[in-house]
Ligand binder design. Structure first.
Ligand code: UD1
Ligand code: MG
Length: 475
């Protein structure tokens, strides 16, 4: 990609800029959130577009923001991304004009894209920009033919096939409305022509807006080289305007991501029921069962087995891990050859060293479980550090919270924690300690010790029958 991009530069020794339009609210979303902040595959629509254009290595990348400008900048900002503010949304032409101050001393082409087209690929943009440069065009617009051109702007061509203008659906004559070739909203324009053409725009249309699309007719009238370049994948250039569009594009993106991971050597037992976020990575020969959601920055190693009905977010899984049915992992780390579940919840900094095992109905929070240590049944392990080869019995609870502060529990190596143990933190259980069943441990225990509570066991023979008789007599 880098080398192709260098070719773009060499041809005309000029600069290459990108403007992304993202100032609109997106009324048809019926949302209090700006449209471009809605997500597909766990990433905002705008971030999708930013990533696709960043891979072209532009000299300048400017995002035009307006609605919820601060929030959009906060969520989508990053190195090399500049923001221009369009105070009032007076149309796409006005939006590009807002970016002009960022292009002083700029000589070259500007690629203009909308912030609501999340399936756009770098490849398509690259081919489009190359076509523009090879033809030494002043203005190129990317188009696509649709069976239902709906509300998209129509590409009006002359008899010889050359493009004449773009007409918005609302402003089109019935004849023009029949045209199936539409404006994708993606343009490549020489900067000097672009900004002078924007000065001449008039809001003479059904919406009373400054339409960017009008610069096409301006270029044609001025006799400048103007191209309408047809692309063949309507999915790629489709804009999200409604919740329905959002759902459709999510589905498409999920299919693409699953295919990509299958190509990379991952098995999905029921692909349609697996959801994968954009930044997730999955190692080869990993097998993923039905109803699995892999979210955020999750990395899964090689040869793992995920049985299904699993929700994993922002977690790292090593190689050869086995995640059984119905497990939730958030911000957790599983080492190589670990086993978790069924029905386990690991969260907020739970770390399992290699070969550690967490079983049914165990919750682990902000704790480190050492190599080969196990908590296989019904336990809460919070704010704890457990050494290696220790066993945490069923029903063990780390009492980490006194109502005011959280306290830590430290358990050494080769510790045997009996069932139904409560560990009142802060507390340290040293190596090789043996905690008897049903012990409440309140004080640190030295290495190698046995700890138990003295409680007398009493048996009253015949008690149940006597009690029942007494209750029956009351009726
Ligand atoms: C626009 C095009 C239409 C094209 C379609 C492709 C115009 C006049 N029409 O229509 O020909 O077929 O895109 O998707 O350009 N925006 C701003 N500031 C504004 C107005 C819009 O930043 O004042 C941004 C929006 O946030 C959005 C993009 O520009 O990201 C496109 O705006 P939108 O209202 O969706 O335009 P369409 O009606 O879809
Ligand atoms: Mg749109």
């Amino acid at each position: 990609m880098q080398s192709e991009r260098s070719d773009l530069h060499k041809r005309n020794m000029a600069q290459f800029g990108v403007v992304i339009l993202a100032a609109g609210l997106g009324k048809r979303m019926r949302s209090t959130r700006a449209k471009v902040l809605h997500c597909i595959a766990g990433q905002s629509l705008l971030t999708h577009v930013i990533r696709a254009t960043q891979r072209l290595h532009p000299d300048r990348l400017v995002v035009v923001v307006g609605h919820q400008a601060e929030e959009v900048q906060r969520q989508c900002g990053g190195a090399g991304i500049e923001f221009a503010l369009q105070r009032d949304q007076r149309g796409t032409g006005d939006a590009v004009r807002a970016a002009q101050p960022h292009f002083r001393d700029f000589i070259g082409d500007i690629l203009i894209v909308c912030g609501d087209t999340p399936l756009l690929t770098t490849n398509t943009l690259m081919q489009f920009a190359q076509h523009h440069q090879e033809h030494q065009a002043t203005l190129s617009v990317l188009t696509v033919c649709l069976d239902d051109p709906a509300q998209y702007g129509r590409i009006i061509r002359a008899h010889d096939g050359s493009v004449r203008k773009i007409v918005e659906a609302r402003d089109a004559t019935p004849e023009e409305r029949k045209v199936r070739e539409i404006n994708s909203g993606i343009y490549c324009v020489r900067a000097d022509f672009l900004f002078s053409a924007l000065e001449r725009l008039q809001p003479l249309n059904a919406q009373g807006e400054y339409y960017l699309t009008d610069i096409v007719a301006q270029a044609v009238t001025a006799g400048l080289s103007t191209h309408a370049v047809v692309t063949h994948d309507p999915n790629e250039v489709g804009g999200v305007n409604s919740r329905e569009d959002l759902a459709t594009m999510e589905k498409t993106r999920q299919q693409q991501l699953r295919s990509q991971w299958m190509d990379a050597g991952v098995t999905f037992e029921d692909p349609d029921t697996v959801y994968i976020d954009e930044e997730v990575t999955i190692g080869r020969d990993t097998i993923i069962g039905p109803n699995t959601q892999l979210k955020g920055k999750t990395n899964i190693g090689e040869r793992c087995r995920i049985d299904g009905s699993v929700y994993i977010i922002d977690s790292k899984i090593g190689d050869d891990a086995h995640i059984r049915f119905s497990v939730v992992l958030t911000e957790s780390e599983l080492g190589n050859h670990t086993e978790v579940g069924p029905f386990a919840h690991l969260r907020g900094g739970a770390v399992l060293a290699p070969k550690a095992e967490i079983g049914n109905f165990v919750e682990v929070k902000k704790s480190h479980i050492g190599e080969h240590s196990k908590a296989k049944h019904l336990a809460y392990i919070g704010d704890a550090e457990i050494g290696r080869d220790s066993n945490i019995g069923a029903g063990t609870i780390t009492c980490n919270y006194d109502g005011f502060h959280k306290h830590r529990t430290k358990i050494g190596d080769r510790v045997q924690v009996g069932s139904d143990t409560t560990l009142v933190a802060p507390i340290t259980i040293n190596d090789d300690v043996y905690i008897a069943t049903a012990t409440t441990v309140r004080h640190d225990v030295p290495a190698g010790a046995l700890v138990f509570n003295v409680r007398q066991e009493q048996v009253r023979e015949g008690w149940t029958a006597a009690k029942r008789a007494k209750e029956a007599a009351k009726k």
